[in-house]
Design a protein around this ligand. Structure first.
Ligand code: HEC
Ligand code: HEC
Length: 159
């Protein structure tokens, strides 16, 4: 009986666990090129925060990458695209990121950040919502826990 009851709550537990998105570590099989090529100008963004179609759109236009040139040799480009598509998020959960896709423009991102005041986004230390590490002090390690958040004016999000 006890075991049966345990099994019954298991799916629920898995669900609530997945909904808690404070851990977004890079998958262990991330190719070294991902850090080398996609984390030199900004954080290596978690692949699960954009849907596959959005990643494809980004990876076919790396020469015109948000005002920068992030071109890769063909082989590396394929390796990185395969990796991003393998771990891409579910479009029904994250939504889509626009014509020049941004994970910071998805409904998921906006929902998670709806309590963040406008003045924090425009703060000189932040500049762009894509600057995750400006607030998430452990973002480079893939951790987004509330108690690690320090807002640009120095206040902790959670005390
Ligand atoms: C030469 C510098 C450079 C390199 C290399 C680079 N990026 Fe970017 N990336 C940028 C800039 C600049 C932005 C725009 C930042 C802003 O204004 O918000 C950006 C934005 C992004 C965004 C959208 C961020 C958002 O607002 O949601 C994604 C996704 C992204 N880059 C993925 C990648 C991937 C994947 C790679 C590796 C294939 C890569 N970038 C390599 C400079 C670079
Ligand atoms: C201006 C500061 C700021 C920036 C920049 C920022 N965030 Fe956040 N983020 C927050 C705050 C504050 C919260 C908590 C909001 C709340 O609890 O209502 C949050 C919440 C989150 C959560 C949810 C954590 C949980 O426990 O469910 C994730 C994931 C996240 N952010 C990822 C990112 C990523 C990825 C980036 C960069 C692309 C980013 N954030 C940029 C301030 C920021």
């Amino acid at each position: 009986m006890k075991i049966l009851r345990f099994l019954a709550v298991l799916p629920l537990f898995a669900l609530s666990h997945a909904a808690h998105a404070d851990k977004l570590r890079l998958p262990a099989d991330a190719p070294p090129a991902f850090q080398a090529e996609c984390a030199s100008c900004h954080l290596a963004f978690p692949p699960q925060l954009l849907a596959a179609d959005d990643w494809k759109r980004i990876m076919v236009s790396l020469d015109k990458h948000y005002g920068d040139n992030a071109s890769l040799d063909a082989k590396t480009r394929v390796i990185l695209e395969d990796f991003l598509l393998k771990y891409a998020g579910d479009a029904r959960k994250v939504g889509v990121g626009g014509t020049a896709p941004r994970l910071t423009a998805t409904p998921w991102f906006k929902r998670k950040h709806h309590e963040v005041p406008r003045t924090d986004w425009t703060h000189a230390k932040v500049k762009t919502p894509a600057n995750c590490t400006a607030c998430h002090t452990m973002a480079a390690e893939g951790s987004y826990r509330e108690r690690e958040i320090v807002m640009p004016n120095g206040r902790r999000w959670e005390d």
